[in-house]
Design a protein around this ligand. Structure first.
Ligand code: NAP
Length: 203
């Protein structure tokens, strides 16, 4: 029988993608022995309907540029191409159909997002279909235990934490820095920095 593939799904708004995201994805890839990591920029984040998220095309292009040099990293427009709110259940179902039972999925995202899992649409089904890796800033994952316990045995089997000091970097801070004319050098890849300035994002 063919060996099962392990695919990471790096879900995020990526507004913009930064070095913290990239270091996290690479750390999970190595620690969990993933064959590849699929970055999926959220098209229309369900929990950000009233906030001004940067148009998906910009976030998608920046994600492609940031990940291009890593042979294990890929980017999918699946959520950007789909109309309506980007519910994770729709993405996981589509990937499950596309890749079949020979793939184990690891959804990688921020611990703050994982803490909200009980409110996600069809979360029971999502937890049947994939594992979660919660990337946590050191000392900021207190609520993660509560969420793991909330789901009981399934939570303990499916939800894992990864301490990522690099997540001191935040997309919110980067947007603020650009607005204030401060440097974002070395906290985003050079290509992303150039793109942000060329397109006049976050001013
Ligand atoms: P968010 O609320 O903007 O982010 C929460 C925290 O997690 C932030 O500190 C963020 O840092 C960090 N983060 C986000 N993505 C990350 C990643 N891939 N790796 C490491 N840290 C990450 O969360 P979001 O980015 O909009 O959403 C995260 C994912 O959850 C997306 O795929 C989204 O579609 C999904 N989601 C689904 C539902 C649903 O199906 N109902 C509801 C909510 C979220 P930065 O700000 O620095 O990125």
């Amino acid at each position: 029988m063919a060996k099962k593939q392990k695919t990471g799904i790096m879900g995020g708004t990526f507004d913009p993608i930064h070095v913290g995201h990239l270091v996290t994805a690479e750390a999970v890839r190595i620690e969990y022995g993933l064959d590849k990591v699929l970055f999926i920029p959220a098209g229309n984040p369900p929990h950000k309907q009233d906030t001004g998220v940067t148009p998906a095309i910009h976030r998608y292009i920046m994600t492609v540029m940031a990940t291009y040099s890593n042979p294990h990293f890929f980017v999918s427009p699946i959520e950007i191409d789909r109309a309506g709110p980007s519910y994770t259940i729709d993405t996981i179902r589509a990937l499950n159909t596309q890749y079949g039972e020979q793939t184990d999925f690891y959804f990688i995202t921020g611990a703050d997002a994982v803490v909200d899992l009980p409110t996600w649409e069809n979360i029971d089904e999502i937890l049947n279909l994939c594992n979660f890796i919660a990337a946590a800033r050191p000392g900021c994952d207190g609520d993660l235990d509560k969420v793991i316990n909330y789901f009981g045995e399934k939570g303990r089997r499916r939800i894992f934490r990864l301490a990522t000091p690099e997540l001191e970097i935040s997309a919110t801070d980067i947007r603020e820095r650009v607005k204030q004319g401060r440097s974002i050098k070395y906290i985003v890849p050079e290509s992303v920095e150039s793109y942000i300035h060329k397109e006049g994002l976050y001013l």
